[in-house]
Design a protein around this ligand. Structure first.
Ligand code: FAD
Length: 286
């Protein structure tokens, strides 16, 4: 039960939301889908005096494309189910829709938003390694202006991001996958639970950028391993063994908890990174 008194604001435009954030900053919390914020308030872990709901700002929920730059633009309050159902996401970034399909259960996918997940920055969230592998950017706005932050720089540590208290996540920009192919793999105890580790692979055709695998659940922020050499070598067993060693090196001290110790998590990261890479390369070959 939420016992502390709070003021709820329901701005109808981005400008109004930014004005509220500028005035209340540290005392305020943005409400997206409420899937993470409400439980933390119920437990007393967050006690905002002001809550600013973004649920009445229709422009923040739009999913559009910028044809000139082949960029997908996903509004910060787009629900996980909006991402899953969007024909534009299916055309430009099918890997993102694949990751979204794994999030929680049907209620969570109906209410939870991409901006909320990115702001919350749980290290095992399904979007985090996916956005990093896709070289996406997070567009944040405040009354001071707009910043476009590469996802690889936005996620800093466990639930710590580059977002300032007076900023909101307005949009996620994803460059179109084009001829690149992606695959997402995750380890979870049961259907609907958070991943223990997850891995998103993007394999690009020769000469069009690096092939990478981004891994979540092992460190405060997604860990990126370059898979270009393994792909160029035809993913032979020797090349895959070298890639696996690179994953181990990139995960020197994974988290330890009831789901597993550091060594278990590291080896699960290796297995899921390999599976994601092979699946993406298979799709690329096809
Ligand atoms: C039972 C359950 C299972 C789940 N399973 C998974 C899972 O398997 N995989 C997974 O990835 N996630 C999972 N989640 C988390 C889910 O994806 C949430 O939707 C997400 O973490 C938060 O999104 P939200 O829109 O609900 O944000 P909220 O709860 O509204 O907000 C979360 C935080 O982000 C801030 N915030 C929200 N929107 C913005 C914005 N636009 N700009 C700036 N700050 C903002 C809030 O102030 C708050 O600090 C699960 C959640 C639950 C309850």
């Amino acid at each position: 039960m939420i016992t502390a008194e709070l003021e709820l604001h329901r701005p109808g435009s981005v400008a109004e939301a930014l004005d509220l954030l500028a005035r209340h900053g540290d005392d305020a919390k943005i409400l997206g889908g409420g899937m993470s914020l409400v439980p933390t308030m119920t437990l007393g872990l967050a006690r905002p005096e002001i809550v600013i709901s973004l649920n009445h700002v229709p422009e923040l929920r739009a999913i559009t494309e910028d044809a000139a730059t082949a960029t997908l633009r996903i509004g910060g309050t787009a629900r996980h189910n909006d991402v899953i159902a969007s024909p534009l996401v299916a055309r430009h970034a099918p890997l993102l829709a694949d990751a979204a399909r794994h999030i929680g259960d049907v209620q969570v996918r109906n209410r939870g938003t991409i901006g909320g997940s990115v702001a919350h920055a749980d290290p095992a969230a399904d979007y985090l390694p996916t956005l990093v592998a896709l070289a996406a950017s997070v567009v944040v706005r405040s009354t001071r202006g707009e910043r476009v932050i590469p996802a690889a720089e936005f996620f800093i540590d466990v639930m710590a991001t580059a977002l300032a208290p007076d900023e909101l996540i307005a949009e996620i920009r994803v460059p179109s996958q084009g001829a690149a192919r992606g695959a997402y793999r995750r380890l979870a105890r049961v259907e609907g639970s958070f991943a223990i580790v997850n891995a998103a692979a993007v394999v690009r055709p020769a000469g069009s950028g690096a092939s990478v695998v981004a891994i979540g659940g092992v460190a405060g922020a997604p860990v990126v391993v370059d898979a270009s050499a393994a792909v160029a070598a035809g993913l032979t067993e020797a090349a895959l063994a070298a890639f696996e060693d690179a994953v181990r090196t990139a995960c020197p001290q994974p988290f330890e908890d009831l789901n597993g110790d550091a060594e278990y998590r590291r080896e699960m990261a290796v297995i899921h990174a390999r599976r994601a890479l092979l699946a993406a390369a298979g799709a690329a070959a096809a």
